[in-house]
Design a binder for this molecule. Structure first.
Ligand code: NAP
Length: 317
């Protein structure tokens, strides 16, 4: 019997639970564009959908190789790796997975703030290395009651603010426009926001509009006791300026979940004890990856059933 399952290209390393679900519904070609371009060329006319992740690259050149492509389903809320303009021009739908990961990414941001301020990873290393036997660890700094600046008060930014309220923090934010529905103070300029903050948490989309938005001037304004937390995209922070500011003491510390050239992390950052590093795990729990996978799969199912997709990216709504 001929295989009637629609053909789908996986464009990135995806969670096994999602890949398994995809195999049940589709004829899956896993990352052929990277591993075997000749094999991709043979099946290219059949491929109708791409399953991507928030970090994967889906350039217009890849779409151009797939004449039957009609859908890109991104597992993640950020879709800065997808050339949406090219998709739109070709009549290709792009979906993502907003909202279902808000809690998880907000929890990660708060965790990084606490870890960077209270030096929890360093404290763990201190005990394991037997240094406690020689005396107490140096004092750290308090997070509760301090000033938080949020760069990007969207779905996740608001979830971070909700949690920060419980820490008694005073909250201000910047975004493209002031929000009427929040009690937090809007600061139009990111340098001014940094100057008025003890913690600056970055949670904007990536892409050209936010590239290196957190530059030397912003870091200087945050200052020698300030802490930067980036759970957005590596591209939003000028990593060279960040390393310089941390090295010369212009910035107090950092908690980083995302990097310019993932999964490669500059050795200079790894060598700094006052920096906390995590491998892009903002949404990486069983529960949340399951919810994201369900939504990404349901977008594909709706599309192939000829129904409206559930969560198209804003440009294609
Ligand atoms: P969202 O609801 O669209 O919120 C984005 C916020 O960023 C909005 O407040 C928006 O301002 C602001 N913004 C956009 N462009 C800006 C610019 N050029 N200058 C200043 N502010 C700007 O998105 P979300 O669901 O909260 O997700 C935000 C991002 O988090 C994602 O795009 C992704 O990159 C990142 N993320 C990371 C992880 C991780 O694992 N670390 C996980 C999930 C998401 P307006 O409201 O004024 O438009």
């Amino acid at each position: 019997m001929p295989n009637s399952k629609p053909h789908l290209l996986i464009a990135a390393r995806l969670p096994p639970l999602y890949v398994q679900a995809l195999h049940a519904e589709y004829t899956v070609h896993d990352r052929l564009h990277d591993t075997d371009p000749a094999a991709l060329a043979r099946v290219a006319p059949e491929i109708r959908a791409i399953a991507a992740s928030g970090e994967s690259k889906v350039p217009g050149t890849l779409m151009a190789q797939l004449p039957a492509l009609k859908m890109v389903s991104v597992l993640g809320v950020g879709y800065d790796g997808v050339d949406v303009a090219a998709a739109k021009a070709r009549g290709v739908m792009v979906t993502h997975t907003p909202d279902v990961l808000n809690d998880e990414v907000a929890d990660t941001a708060i965790g990084l703030m606490l870890c960077a301020a209270r030096q929890l990873p360093a404290a763990d290393r201190y005990v394991r290395a037997g240094q406690w036997l020689n005396g107490a660890m140096p004092l750290t700094r308090k997070m509760s009651g301090s000033r938080l600046g949020i760069v990007g008060l969207g779905r996740i930014g608001k979830a971070i603010a909700d949690r920060a309220k419980a820490f008694g923090m005073s909250i201000a934010y910047t975004s493209r426009s002031a929000k009427a529905d929040v009690p937090y103070r809007f600061v139009a300029n990111v340098v001014d926001l940094a100057a008025q903050s003890d913690f600056l948490v970055v949670i904007t989309p990536g892409g050209a509009a936010t590239r290196k938005m957190i530059n030397a001037e912003v870091l200087q304004a945050l200052g020698p006791t300030g802490i930067l937390v980036n759970v957005a995209r590596g591209s939003v922070v000028d990593e060279t300026a960040l390393i310089a500011a941390l090295k010369d003491g212009a910035l107090g510390g950092a908690g980083l979940d995302v990097f310019e050239d993932e999964p490669r992390v500059p050795q200079a950052l790894m060598d700094m004890p006052h920096v906390v590093l995590t491998p892009h795990i903002g949404s990486a729990t069983q529960e949340t990856r399951q919810a994201m996978s369900d939504l990404a799969l349901n977008n594909l199912k709706a599309f192939f059933a000829g129904q409206a997709v559930l969560t198209p990216v804003p440009e294609l709504r």
